[in-house]
Design a protein around this ligand. Sequence first.
Ligand code: ZN
Length: 377
Amino acid sequence: MPVVYRSNSDPDYMCLEKYLESGAFGKLPDAWRHQAQQDLESLNKFVQNLAANTPWISDEYIEQIMFSDIEIPTKFDSPFNFRIINNLVVRIKSAAKRVGLDVSKFPHFSSIPTRRVNACAVNLPCSSKPFLLFDSQLLLYCHLFAKAFARCLPVTNDGEMVSLSTDIKKVQNRVSNTPEVLEKLADVLNAYVTTDAPSNSKAYTLEREYVSMTAIIRDGMELFVVAHEFGHVYAGHLKDLLTGCRLPTSGLWKYSASHKQEHEADLIGLLLTLHAMNESGYDAGLSYIGVDLFFRSLDLAERYTHILNEGGEGGFESEESESHPSNQSRRIFLDEAIEHIITPAEQLVAARSIIHDYNLITSYLLGEVIAKLPRRS
Ligand SMILES: [Zn+2]
């Protein structure tokens, strides 16, 4: 069965494809990766290979995730990543409906191969709706960071129940007894900072007991990314053509969008993420961890960049850019916002307690990672 490209019949997707082709979003170095997946046989081989790295996955589940056809927005999309984004959008739309937002004009979305850890919302003059664009490397980054982070938590066997401990002393023991967990975390970060592509980090198998925690953290991060970009559209931030496409980290494109808009989109993003996670059965505290870790991980990446450039941590400050507030101030803003979002009071107390534990863990882990990162000699 041939691949169905929406761009062949729908003018909006045709418009996006034209923009991608013209280099309006930059070069597309990962286009070959995406194209390699656009053959049904290779795509399913790719899925099987992923499954082979996780031996505890049942044959039944593999059957479920195999592709029976390929329909993607443009010839630049990755069927695999587009499916992930589609699932996230379904969850965000459902959460948006639940809080009373109008989703009838929900933007189009697509996976792009610009090989940046990036996402953006754009208004294209030839499209009837805005587009949310997600780089595959960003999704991969969320997955790999969540996986490496979760593996730092020690497993506790409580009778039949296998759970992960968030006791800081036990986490410290786990890390000193199993130093490779920290190396994996540093490896993802190193690949992101030095090559811009988390796909350059070393692949490894995720143990069964870490699957659900990895999913909780990853889903929180990814849902937030989608909800944040939708937040820009919903709040009417995309008044000018292309002005919505801003990088999460400072640098390449500087637009005069105010920090207030970023906080606004973050707030909508947080609200929808908490609702979407709640619909999947997670409480507010655990749902918030992914959002918090998203900013902490970006902050850590900036810190690492500073170390590589300056040879040490001296003089590092969480940086703001013309378009974005610093990761630290975005995180602090959301940390204050949950006071008004999480109700009733008992839930907020429970959430604060989980967040407190994770704050200790992330500060410790990130400090350890920093101490172990290679320095310029
Ligand atoms: Zn934004």
